[in-house]
Design a protein around this ligand. Sequence first.
Ligand code: SF4
Ligand code: SF4
Length: 151
Amino acid sequence: MEGKKKEVRISMLNCSNATRDLNCCSVSCFADLQKRRGAFAQYPEDVNIRLVGVISCAGCPTRAYPEKILKRVDSVMQFRTEYLHISNCMMAFCPFVNKYIEVIQKNYPDVKIVKGTHTEHVTQEAFRQSMVTAFERGKGMPDIILGREND
Ligand code: SF4
Ligand code: SF4
């Protein structure tokens, strides 16, 4: 009889500028999760990846209160998230990202934080510029992903 496959339980934390304001449905994150590319390549093929949940940042914490992120993170930690992926958009857009990571790690010392999600196709600076263009032209993250934010 075959043994049960080992499983890892992962969640993703996204930037609300991408998901709420620019309507990202996390399509590239999910695609590379399924193909185990980008930051998901670290999981061996013989391990099942259980996606526990996807959360978005609650918005600007000001310089004063990065702990604001914990309420969101707790919703996936309650369901035994082992690896928390900080999405590419959050890594590229967020001035508070290192503070968030510090606060999350302090409050959930067992969770493994992974910086990034899907394969990076452009530099963080180019990604930020695409975001600016999308905002200025009334476009969304789907336009950026499909390369038409300048249209
Ligand atoms: S990393 Fe990209 S695909 Fe994933 S949620 Fe952020 S903007 Fe969307
Ligand atoms: S605080 Fe950071 S992660 Fe949250 S919405 Fe603002 S830029 Fe995005």
